[in-house]
Write a protein that binds this ligand. Structure first.
Ligand SMILES: C[S@@+](CC[C@H](N)C(=O)[O-])C[C@H]1O[C@@H](n2cnc3c(N)ncnc32)[C@H](O)[C@@H]1O
Length: 215
């Protein structure tokens, strides 16, 4: 059932549990980050999507990755496991506290050399970069998603990927909600499928992951 302002399951809960039980246990650092996410209700991508990020980075032999919305670094740790040796992950977030917390985890995960963490508005920070990037992760506030699409695509190399979390937005994409976040996700999804500059697939994993390949 779909109700306004209420979430719906993207994946049946039994299937979600099955998948989460199936994947191998994470190392101590990732497990601690997941625990913090649960305790604080902080919306990290989680291990099922984390594995996808790592796999996509390996598949396209990514060397340069830009994250719009890095939080305390969970998605960046997954990218670090798939990026090429000598590669770079530019993390961004508006919160200095998140950046500080992330730096501690990056040290413990021994990935500091891969990371350049910048505090400020993620879209302005992307504006300052000439690119091209192999991957841009879009995980900022949802009302900014359409703007993120327009700014990110010119910064990708041909064959590069814009990976967007929450593309199904807890089912609100079919709820008729008029709030700015839902509208932002809806607008993004339309752009992602209609733009001649990309080829997009939304994978209904966790909260929906849109993978847009630059043509
Ligand atoms: C969903 S969390 C990111 C989680 C992270 N990608 C992960 O999975 O580990 C979104 C983050 O984006 C940040 N954020 C949202 N909009 C932003 C913006 N316009 N500029 C910078 N940071 C932003 C928030 O502070 C928050 O930490």
């Amino acid at each position: 059932m779909i109700c306004t302002n209420q979430s719906v399951e993207i994946i049946n809960s039994d299937i979600d549990k099955y998948l989460n039980d199936l994947i191998p246990p994470r190392d101590a650092v990732l497990q601690e980050m997941e625990q913090i996410g649960r305790e604080k209700g902080f919306p990290i991508i989680g291990p099922l999507v984390g594995r996808l990020l790592c796999q996509l980075a390996q598949l396209i032999q990514a060397r340069r990755i830009f994250e719009l919305g890095s939080g305390y670094g969970y998605s960046a740790v997954w990218f670090s496991r798939g990026v090429q040796a000598g590669g770079k992950i530019i993390c961004t977030d508006g919160s200095g506290e998140n950046a500080h917390q992330a730096s501690k985890f990056f040290e413990r995960a021994r990935i500091t050399a891969f990371i350049d963490y910048r505090v400020g508005d993620a879209l302005s920070l992307l504006d300052q970069e000439s690119g091209p990037f192999d991957i841009i992760l879009n995980d900022i506030d949802k009302h900014q998603y359409a703007e993120a699409f327009k700014k990110a695509i010119p910064k990708l190399r041909k064959g590069g990927l814009l990976i967007t979390d929450n593309a199904l937005w807890h089912g609100r994409v079919v709820s008729g909600d008029k709030d700015p976040d839902t509208q932002g996700v809806l607008k993004f999804n339309q752009l992602a499928y209609q733009s001649p500059e990309v080829f997009t697939t939304i994978i209904p994993l966790r909260d929906g992951v849109a993978v847009s390949m630059k043509l």
